[in-house]
Design a protein around this ligand. Structure first.
Ligand code: SF4
Length: 263
């Protein structure tokens, strides 16, 4: 494990500006993210742990917005684990087709529901080990359900956005999600594990895009070792110029906080 302080001086993107030279203290990032996204939370619609577990399984390789269009019909037909456990995977496929990988997801959902019935009386367990033992449930999904629906935060949700932003912000050099989570847990106060991940995900969807991060309208830029800052002496690339134009247009149309999220 590498503590945050050991990344001092590490450069994460060769095309970025030299400022700041080192990653910011996690406490500064916590404050900046809290100011930018005070209300960030899980964007998957759900009423209970069962629904969030289903929705999170469905959200793999899809978008929360898409999943939120599919789950009302799914939950109306299968309101609890017992109802879902009694279904054949083929019955689910038309309902979840648009989420992608629908055959595998249908198998995961029915398998997960049967395991809930057989092992936990149809209830979603509040233990990480029991959750990750369910079909289709990996550590990220378990952390989402535990922290958001069951009020038990035992880790940090590491999805594609957290993976990307943790690296750009200098919080980890790892690429394996389990090791990234370990670094974040070491850097952050436990009380921040849930909200920090929620806010990173919102920031990744609205500002720090995978291909063209909107650094010029990013409130984290003064703290970010990967920021592309104008006037820094770093020659602008075609990509950064395009990003600037797009960011300005976006900022004019809507505030960054209200920008359309991306997966
Ligand atoms: S958008 Fe913000 S967090 Fe992402 S690389 Fe640019 S300055 Fe860093």
């Amino acid at each position: 494990m590498l503590p945050c302080q050991s990344f001092m001086g590490h450069r994460l993107r060769s095309t970025t500006s030299p400022a700041p030279a080192t990653p910011a203290a996690p406490s500064a990032l916590i404050a900046a993210l809290a100011a930018a996204w005070p209300d960030a939370t899980c964007e998957l619609d759900h009423r209970d742990a069962y629904q969030l577990l289903c929705a999170t399984i469905l959200a793999a390789q899809s978008t929360d917005k898409m999943i939120n269009t599919l789950t009302p019909a799914l939950f109306a037909r299968y309101p609890d684990a017992r109802a879902l456990a009694a279904a054949a995977p083929e019955e689910l496929e038309p309902l979840i087709y648009k989420s992608g990988f629908y055959r595998a997801k249908a198998r995961s959902l029915t398998g997960m529901a049967r395991a809930l019935v057989e092992r936990h009386g149809g209830q979603v367990p509040a233990e990480l080990d029991a959750l990750v033992a369910l079909p289709g449930v990996a550590r990220k999904t378990a952390n989402v359900v535990l922290s958001t629906a069951l009020g038990t935060t035992v880790g940090v949700v590491v999805d594609t956005h957290v993976t990307r932003l943790a690296a750009r912000l200098g919080l980890t050099r790892e690429t394996d999600p389990v090791k990234i989570e370990r670094d974040l847990m070491a850097c952050l106060p436990r009380a921040e594990w849930k909200t920090f991940a929620d806010r990173l995900i919102w920031h990744g969807r609205r500002v720090c895009f995978a291909k063209k991060p909107a650094c010029e309208q990013c409130t984290l830029a003064p703290l970010c070792p990967s920021a592309e800052v104008p006037g820094s002496g770093t020659p602008k690339t075609k990509a950064s110029a395009k990003t600037k134009t797009k960011a300005k247009a976006t900022a004019k149309a809507t505030p960054a906080r209200a920008a359309k999220p991306r997966r």
